[in-house]
Every structure is written in structure tokens, then in C-alpha cells.
Design a protein around this ligand. Structure first.
Ligand code: IPD
Ligand code: CA
Ligand code: CA
Ligand code: CA
Length: 267
């Protein structure tokens, strides 16, 4: 295993232990609101600190961006870690056992290493640039689906940006009518990991942040899939609007998204 992936895995497991311990005795969880419908807890912050400490111990010069801590600039900006300590905080707060730790490393601006760890199921998704993607050490692959008929798509609702709801619902309706079904499980990182593992055929969501998608993007690519924005380009880190699936299915999904792009929603 690449030494930097090894550190990412160790950090994710350490954070996972913190998260599961708190999940099992939920009187230790203190919930606050960052914005409308946007929860954060003391455990998000504690888990993130655990990851930051672990990375900095091995790589003190690297930069880190975390959802809760923001940018921690290092002296070596060629290496940038992107952390989501709990992806699926709403599930975590409500007692729904579906959330993950997400850690990615970019080297000179390119995704290089990725870990998504589901501490409840003990599922560890890993990827290294050019080396494929694994679940608990076993190779995983994106389902090479060709059409929406029979497909299951994962998605997320724009609960923080309800001004996008109409555009989102138009896209949802168009795709829903063609697919077998949709899933809204509550963790974008796990949605992407499930695309990589072939558990769902594809994923689309609007308004995501780099820490939601960085590790998942490398997993999907290394598992033989594609990740784009809503026009088929690569602006998803800015727009937050993302599609992931096999290349054939992605074309079909984009065809159905395109007519709904407009002022409120682009790329
Ligand atoms: C959220 C989850 C959710 C998605 C939200 C994200 P968080 O991340 O990934 O599935 O729909 O947009 O913000 O806030 O729980 O880390
Ligand atoms: Ca959050
Ligand atoms: Ca997240
Ligand atoms: Ca989070």
C-alpha cells in the first residue's frame, strides 16, 4: 500500500472509532446548526481533529482542507489533504447508521489517494491513482450499465439550497421515470463509493463541496467509471453539481439533465 494511503487509512480508522463510540452512547453528542437544516456536532470536530493530528504527525508540511476546520496551510502546497470527518452528519444525529469518513490526497492538484470508511459496517473503500479501487482489499468495479432502464441511481436532495428544488425535481422526475428506482441514503461519499463498488449504477447531486466528493471521485475513476459536472465537463469542484457512473450511462444521464440547466442551475 502507498505510504500516504496507509496514513489516510489509519487516520480514517482512528476517526471511525471516535465516531462509533459516540454513536453508541448518544448522550455524548452535542448538536448545533451551522445554517438552516445544516447540523454539526462536537463529534464532527473531534473526528476531524483526530485526522488532522494523525496526518500532521507524518506529514507536517502538507496542506489540509477540512469541512469543519477550513484550510490549514502547510509549507508544501504540492500536497493537499481533503477531509470530511463525518459525511452524513444528519444520519449520525438522527441515529441512522449510515455515514462515513472521507479522506483524499491531491498531489500537484491531481487526486492521488482516497479513503472512504464506513465505521458501522467496517467497510473500507480505498483507491490509489493508477492502481484501481478496493473494498476491504478486494478489487471493485463500476457497473458498466448502458441504459437507465433497470438502473438504480443514488442521489441527494438539495436540503441546504431549497432555491434549487424545482430544477432538481425536474431532473429527478425525468430520470426517475426511466430508472428502476432511486436511493437517497444521506452520504454523498458513500453514494460515490457504492457507484465504485457497482452497488448502484450511478449518482447525481447538486451543490456538493470538494470534501463530499474528492475521495469518491478517485474511487469511481479507479473503478472504471466517469465523474463530470452537469455538462460533461470538469467544473464540479466549483459548481458542486456532479454525476458519476459508467461512461455509457453518464451520457444518458447528461442527456436528461441538459434541458433543465438554467439560471438557477448550471454545469
Ligand atoms: C452531506 C451529505 C449528504 C449530501 C449533503 C452533504 P455532511 O454531507 O453528503 O448526502 O446530500 O449535501 O452536505 O454535511 O453530512 O458532511
Ligand atoms: Ca456538514
Ligand atoms: Ca459531507
Ligand atoms: Ca461532514
Amino acid at each position: 500500500m502507498h505510504p500516504m494511503l496507509n496514513i489516510a487509512v489509519r487516520s480514517a480508522r482512528a476517526a471511525g472509532n471516535v465516531i462509533v463510540r459516540a454513536f453508541e452512547q448518544d448522550d455524548k453528542i452535542e448538536v448545533e446548526l451551522k445554517g438552516t437544516n445544516d447540523f454539526v456536532t462536537n463529534i464532527d470536530i473531534l473526528a476531524e481533529q483526530t485526522i488532522v493530528d494523525s496526518i500532521q504527525k507524518s506529514y507536517p508540511s502538507h496542506s489540509i482542507i477540512g469541512e469543519e476546520c477550513g484550510l490549514i496551510e502547510g509549507t508544501d502546497n504540492d500536497f493537499q489533504w481533503i477531509i470530511d470527518p463525518i459525511d452524513g452528519t444528519t444520519n449520525f444525529v438522527k441515529g441512522i447508521p449510515h455515514f462515513a469518513v472521507s479522506i483524499a490526497l491531491k498531489v500537484k492538484g491531481k487526486l492521488d489517494q482516497a479513503v472512504i470508511y464506513d465505521p458501522i459496517r467496517g467497510e473500507l473503500f480505498t483507491a490509489s491513482r493508477g492502481k484501481g479501487a478496493q473494498l476491504n482489499g478486494f478489487r471493485i468495479r463500476v457497473k458498466q450499465s448502458k441504459e437507465l432502464t433497470g438502473a438504480i441511481l443514488a442521489t441527494g436532495f438539495p436540503f441546504k439550497k431549497k432555491q434549487h428544488m424545482n430544477a432538481y425535481l425536474d431532473i429527478f422526475k425525468t430520470l426517475f421515470l426511466k430508472t428502476a428506482d432511486m436511493r437517497r441514503a444521506g452520504s454523498a461519499a458513500l453514494d460515490l463509493a457504492y457507484v465504485a463498488a457497482g452497488r448502484v449504477d450511478g449518482f447525481f447531486e447538486i451543490g456538493l463541496k470538494p470534501w463530499d466528493t474528492a475521495a469518491g471521485e478517485l474511487l469511481v475513476i479507479e473503478a472504471g467509471g466517469l465523474v463530470t459536472d452537469f455538462t460533461g465537463g470538469h467544473n464540479h469542484n466549483n459548481s458542486g453539481n456532479i454525476v458519476a457512473s459508467s461512461s455509457r450511462l453518464l451520457k444518458e444521464i447528461l442527456k436528461d439533465i441538459r434541458p433543465h440547466l438554467g439560471d438557477s442551475l448550471n454545469k
